[in-house]
Design a protein around this ligand. Structure first.
Ligand code: MIC
Ligand code: SF4
Length: 753
């Protein structure tokens, strides 16, 4: 069975005609990004008036994907709209709530037990609203989407920031917050500011120890964690065509780490092979017949400076493996420079654990190359010096890797095999023996390495590398080991060198057409009952937020002025808190508990201006709210980078934080805040950040006249009775202002029902 085949057939049927129309309207050759965006725009006739990075437009995605940790809140919001079913095909994937500890079978069993209530809720909501449901164990959302739903030329949104993985199969697939998904499920368009398009030409061919992962690790170093903000990254060139489809997916997955809206590759033979291998031969054929519509026009790639807003080039032939970290994925270190760079970071050189897999790097190619490293090590009488954990991205990958003997090699070397789920990538890692606070170093092939991310320990230094490099370094047990040049002593005290890894993009016999864990919505959905117990700790029905009142923006204390990096992991931590993703009140108890207070340099300790004491952030937030006070949060650059989780935006709203003023926002988080009715402001002068004092009372005036492009004045009432005025900008358009005035975007949908 090919999922969505009817939609895909009709999509391709009308594609060439639509692209000709767009080319005529714009009057120039088209990038692939333009082709995909404009074939999905609501108002096609208006496209010639749209300016990149300036104008918003509405789009109609072909599909929506949600994972369990974000789907709970998205679906709770959807339920409030009173619609009968999702207007657009959608799926939910149970992958985030499985803790890795003993190994796949046992861990899955205890997850089923622990999360029964949430899984039952999700499965019944999916049944009721006609949404595909993927059971725990089926795999990680982005791998399952790649294997079953993604198709070249399509547009998809997903409530997870790594949704762009589908760009490896030629799909434009931005990550969004749950409220955006709710809009689309209710039949509205999906709003996006027209992105810039960054062209990346790949030339040459990968060789030796280098893999697709290294392309993106290098690129994140070049772009930094905010360099891609507001842009789509479009790859092209002979180097792009030489990569496997899953290699391309790894690159698109981690494009999220540059802040990019998404990334995409044009259709080519590697995508065809992947489609055939995943039993979607008909899609491959249809795409092949439409191949000109599924890549940028030849004139664009012949003269890219003219059509892309920015252009970069990477030569794959001379690229070396990269290791990025610690604590941020954009600290990119070519392996030849590790020795000097790492010594500066002061982290332990001994690697306590190496982990491979996740939604980023668990393709057949990844697993086969990593297992070749381990196999070569074993045959040279070397052994693993670090704990080694393998996390397959899907049941399909797990089965084929088992059949190909890769898993046996890992087991023989003493590795642990975890369930097909996010696990340690999102803090669902029970390390047991490791003392909580112990300073240690880990290396993994995931995409993020923010502090505390994998195991909740702030003293775990995490580095990101390709699966083959992770495998080699886990054999050496040492961060300074460079398998390209260094030798190792084996158990017989002989000096040996690890040979280069080898592997295949896809198994000869294909990836097996299994839909294990898939649950189609029933034909008769009328009698499905959705139960939420009022005493539940995990699920809570949502109460609408109250609508706009000018008085709420007067006399606001500063809840926290955050210093430095503030990712969504700092705002609303994952790990143990994932269990409250369906319960706004309970999860709000983690609000900002990972962020640094700029006034005392401490985590989770802020001044309560009412009591004069330093207290945990959620406690102070609750006190302000209970005393009828709104409050303000202040931050620095790229505020809210990282994940799409809208809890990071709902929690402040729940606590009465009415405005967040920062130097700059990350895209998804800014939209999430706007949707929940929190006022998102940016300093006109970044140095005004320093004017805000710990015990200030802030007023924001003139909100009645809030309009696009119009600055706002803030009054800072200092405790020494002096007053300062600062200016703030915003990026609201008319439509978004109406969300703000309604109290939240959802309130507006409810009202228009
Ligand atoms: C992540 O990688 O941080 C997550 C967990 O997948 C998030 C979504 C979430 O917080 O649920 C993401 O990347 O969007
Ligand atoms: Fe899951 Fe990690 Fe991928 Fe997020 S990045 S979807 S947590 S595997």
């Amino acid at each position: 069975m090919i999922l969505d085949i009817d939609i895909i057939r009709s999509f391709y049927k009308s594609l060439p005609g639509r692209i000709d129309e767009i080319r005529k309207l714009l009057g120039h050759p088209l990038t692939l990004t333009e082709k995909i965006l404009f074939t999905h725009i609501v108002n096609r006739s208006g496209i010639s008036g749209l300016r990149r990075k300036e104008n918003y437009a509405d789009f109609l995605p072909d599909r929506i994907a949600m994972q369990d940790a974000t789907a709970q809140m998205a679906l709770l919001q959807f339920m409030v709209t009173g619609k009968e079913q999702s207007s657009v095909p959608a799926s939910v994937h149970c992958d985030h709530l499985i803790t890795g500890k003993f190994g796949a079978d046992e861990d899955l069993k205890s997850a089923l037990e622990m999360n029964r209530e949430v899984y039952e809720f999700l499965s019944s909501v999916c049944g009721k609203y006609n949404i595909d449901f993927w059971n725990p164990g089926a795999g990680i959302i982005h791998q399952v989407v790649l294997e079953n739903y993604a198709f070249p030329g399509g547009l998809m949104i997903g409530t997870d920031s790594h949704t762009p993985t589908a760009g490896g199969l030629g799909m434009l697939a931005p990550g969004v917050g749950g409220a955006d998904a709710v809009d689309v499920m209710t039949g509205m368009g999906w709003e996006l500011k027209l992105p810039e398009i960054i062209g990346v030409r790949l030339k040459g061919r990968l060789n030796g120890w280098t893999s697709a992962k290294d392309i993106i690790l290098k690129l994140i170093g070049m772009f930094t964690v905010k360099g891609g903000t507001g842009s789509v990254i479009e790859y092209f060139g002979d180097g792009a065509e030489s990569l496997s489809c899953t290699g391309k997916a790894t690159i698109c997955n981690m494009g999220a780490e540059t802040g990019a809206t998404c990334s995409v590759f044009g259709f080519d033979a590697s995508m065809s092979e992947y489609l055939v291998s995943t039993a979607r031969g008909e899609v491959a054929e249809l795409a092949f017949r439409n191949k000109d519509s599924l890549t940028g026009d030849p004139e664009v790639y012949a003269d890219p400076e003219k059509y892309f807003d920015h252009l970069y080039e990477i030569d794959l032939s001379s690229l070396e493996p990269y290791i990025n970290g610690p604590f941020t994925p954009d600290r990119a270190i070519p392996i030849s420079r590790m020795k000097e760079e790492v010594l500066k970071s002061g982290c332990p050189l001994k690697i306590s654990a190496g982990l491979i897999g996740s939604c980023t790097n668990s393709s057949y190619e990844d697993i086969s190359r990593a297992s070749s490293v381990i196999e070569n090590a074993l045959s040279q009488k070397l052994s693993l010096k670090s704990e080694f954990i393998v996390i397959p991205g899907s049941e399909r990958i797990r089965t084929i890797s088992e059949e190909a003997g890769f898993m046996e090699i890992f087991r023989k070397a003493g590795a642990k095999l975890f369930a097909n789920a996010c696990g340690p990538c999102i803090g669902q890692w029970d390390r047991g023996s490791i003392d909580d606070m112990k300073v240690n170093t880990i290396i993994h092939s995931f995409n993020r390495n923010f502090a505390k991310r994998a195991d909740g320990n702030p003293d775990t230094y995490a580095f990101v590398a390709s699966p083959e490099i992770v495998a080699a370094l886990s054999v050496a047990g040492n961060l300074l080991f460079n398998p390209l040049t260094d030798l190792l002593f084996n158990s017989e005290r002989d000096i040996v060198k690890l040979p280069e890894p080898s592997g295949r993009a896809l198994p000869q016999e294909g990836l097996k057409p299994t839909l294990s864990g898939y649950q189609q919505p029933p034909a008769d959905r009328t009698n499905i009952d959705i139960k939420i117990s009022p005493d539940s700790e995990r699920l809570q029905l949502l109460e609408p937020f109250k609508d706009y009142d000018e008085l709420d923006f007067q006399n606001m204390p500063v809840l926290i002025k955050v210093k430095g990096k503030c990712t969504t992991d700092h705002i609303s931590m994952a790990g143990i808190w994932l269990k409250y993703r369906g319960h706004l009140e309970n999860i709000s108890e983690n609000y900002m508990t990972g962020a640094f207070n700029s006034f005392n340099g401490k985590i989770n300790s802020v001044l309560n201006v009412l009591s004069g004491n330093y207290e945990p952030v959620p406690k102070v937030a609750r006190t302000y709210r209970n005393n009828g006070l709104s409050s303000v949060v202040v931050g620095e650059d790229n505020f809210g980078e990282g994940s799409s989780r809208e809890h990071a935006a709902m929690e402040p709203r729940f606590f009465g934080v009415r405005a967040i003023i920062v130097k700059s926002f990350a895209r998804i988080h800014e939209t999430n805040l706007k949707k929940q009715g929190v006022l998102t402001l940016t300093f006109i002068n970044n140095s005004d950040y320093y004017k805000i004092r710990e015990d200030d009372w802030i007023d924001i005036n003139g909100l009645e006249q809030l309009s696009p492009g119009r600055k706002l004045k803030l009054t800072l009432n200092h405790s020494d009775e002096t007053v300062e005025y600062i200016e703030a900008g915003h990026s609201y358009n008319e439509n978004q202002i109406s969300w703000f005035k309604a109290g939240s975007a959802l309130n507006l949908i409810r009202k228009s029902k």
